[in-house]
Design a protein around this ligand. Structure first.
Ligand SMILES: [Zn+2]
Length: 135
């Protein structure tokens, strides 16, 4: 296929302008004039023809949008989370939870732990002798 980009006669330019105004796609005009799609696009640009939204580029733009919605950000202000963060600074404190983890009054015991155990002596006894259900 020979590129006819150099053969832009007045007649062909008129035809391009006419087909452009009729709303034909760039590739349709290219087929009609026997030149490549790129040649039409370039020529139209140099002629200052009004840009037309191409259905192809439009759908390509839409395809760039993320298909999946982002998961909601994790709630960072949960007292439990904050307390756990504080607690991670010192592993020598009792991490027995007191209060409701969903409320701001929640905290950990923070007492000195029994070596090798996550709780202070009192809470060790509570943890290993009492079941949660009976509290
Ligand atoms: Zn404790």
């Amino acid at each position: 296929m020979t590129e006819a980009a150099n053969a832009w006669t007045e007649e062909r330019l008129e035809q391009l302008r006419k087909l452009w105004d009729e709303g034909l796609s760039i590739s349709q005009i290219g087929n009609a004039l026997g030149v490549s799609r790129n040649a039409i696009a370039g020529k139209a640009h140099r002629m200052g023809l009004p840009k037309r939204p191409s259905p192809i580029s439009k759908s390509a733009t839409e395809a760039k949008k993320p298909a999946k919605a982002k998961p909601p950000a994790e709630p960072v202000n949960l007292p439990l989370r904050l307390e756990l963060r504080k607690l991670s600074w010192s592993r020598s404190k009792c991490c027995w939870p007191t209060g409701d983890p969903k409320k701001t009054g929640f905290s950990f015991c923070g007492g000195p732990i029994v070596p090798g155990k996550p709780y202070c002596l009192a809470h060790c006894e509570e943890a290993y002798t009492t079941s949660r259900d009976s509290r």
